[in-house]
Design a protein around this ligand. Structure first.
Ligand SMILES: NC(=O)c1ccc[n+]([C@@H]2O[C@H](COP(=O)([O-])OP(=O)(O)OC[C@H]3O[C@@H](n4cnc5c(N)ncnc54)[C@H](OP(=O)(O)O)[C@@H]3O)[C@@H](O)[C@H]2O)c1
Length: 247
C-alpha cells in the first residue's frame, strides 16, 4: 500500500472524478475525508464503499465557494485530526456560454468555486502540513486551462489560474517538504460532461488521439501517484491525463 498512515481530503469527493480519487486513495491505505456540497447520500455511498473493503472514511459538508463555511469546517476538522497530509482540490463546476453574453455573476461563481475555493481550502490546510513538514497537494485543473475553449472563458481562466496557483504554491512550500502539482484531465465521463449533446461529444472525440473518452479511475491513478512517495521529486508540474487531446 502506497499511502498507509496518510489522511487525505478530497473536495467534491462524492461524485465523478473526486469519487474515483477517494476510492483509489483509500485502496492505497489512506484515511479519506470526502467533501460534498449538496449530495449527502452520494458522499455516504463513497464512505460505505471504502468501509466495505476495510478502509477508513468520513464525509464532510462544506461549500468551497463560501470562504467562511470552508474555513470553519476545516478548522473543526483539523482540531480532530492533527493534520491532513494529502489534499485533492477537485471540486468544480462548469457554466458555459459565449463571452459576449456571459453574465458577470456567472463569471464570479465559476472563478469563486473553481479557483478561489482551491486557494481557500489550501490556505486552511497548509499550516498543519507546514508544522508536520510533509504534504502533497493536487489541484484538479483541466486540459482546457492550457488550450482554451470557445464558450468556456470563465472555466478556462479558472483552470489556468489553478496552474499558476500550483507553481506558486510549489515554490512557496517546497522548503517545508510540501509538494504541489496539478492534474489536467481531458474529456472524462462524469455527470459534468453528461450534459453535452451527442454532437458535442462526437466533435470532442475527433480531437482525442486515443479515440475514446477517459474514465474517472484513470485520473485517480495519476492523483494517487502524485500523492505518493513515488512522486517524491515531483513538484510544480501539470500532468495531462487526456488521451493526447492537448498535444
Ligand atoms: N469531467 C471532465 O471531463 C473534466 C475534465 C477536466 C477537468 N475536470 C475537473 O475535475 C473536477 C471534477 O469533475 P467531475 O466531472 O467529476 O464533476 P462532477 O461529476 O460534476 O462532480 C462534482 C463534484 O464536486 C462537488 N462540488 C461542486 N461544487 C462544490 C462546492 N461549491 N463545494 C464543494 N463541493 C462541490 C460535487 O458535490 P455534490 O455531490 O455535493 O454536488 C461533486 O462531488 C472538476 O474540478 C472539473 O472541473 C473534469
Amino acid at each position: 500500500m502506497l499511502l498507509k498512515g496518510e489522511i487525505a481530503l478530497v473536495t467534491g469527493g462524492s461524485r465523478g472524478i473526486g469519487r474515483a480519487c477517494s476510492l483509489a486513495l483509500a485502496k492505497e491505505g489512506a484515511e479519506v475525508i470526502v467533501n460534498y456540497v449538496s449530495n449527502e447520500s452520494a458522499a455516504q455511498n463513497v464512505c460505505n464503499e471504502i468501509k466495505s473493503f476495510g478502509g477508513t472514511a468520513s464525509a464532510i459538508k462544506f461549500d468551497i465557494g463560501n470562504p467562511t463555511e470552508t474555513q470553519e469546517a476545516l478548522q473543526a476538522l483539523l482540531k480532530e485530526k492533527k493534520t491532513i497530509s494529502i489534499l485533492v482540490n477537485n471540486a468544480g463546476i462548469t457554466c458555459d456560454g459565449l463571452m459576449m453574453r456571459f453574465p458577470v455573476s456567472d463569471w464570479d461563481s465559476v472563478i469563486n468555486t473553481n479557483l478561489r475555493g482551491a486557494f481557500i481550502t489550501s490556505q486552511a490546510v497548509i499550516r498543519s502540513m507546514m508544522k508536520e513538514r510533509k504534504g502533497s497537494i493536487i489541484h484538479m485543473s483541466s486540459i482546457v486551462g492550457i488550450m482554451g475553449n470557445a464558450g468556456q472563458a470563465a472555466y478556462c481562466a479558472a483552470k489556468a489560474g489553478l496552474i499558476g496557483l500550483t507553481k506558486s504554491m510549489a515554490k512557496e512550500l517546497a522548503t517545508r517538504n510540501i509538494r504541489v502539482n496539478a492534474v489536467a484531465p481531458g474529456y472524462i465521463e462524469t455527470d459534468m460532461t453528461g450534459i453535452l449533446t451527442p454532437e458535442q461529444k462526437e466533435g470532442i472525440l475527433k480531437s482525442i488521439p486515443l479515440g475514446r473518452v477517459g474514465k474517472p479511475e484513470e485520473i485517480a491513478d495519476a492523483v494517487v501517484f502524485l500523492a505518493s512517495e513515488r512522486a517524491s521529486y515531483i513538484t510544480g508540474q501539470v500532468l495531462a491525463v487526456d488521451g493526447g487531446m492537448g498535444m
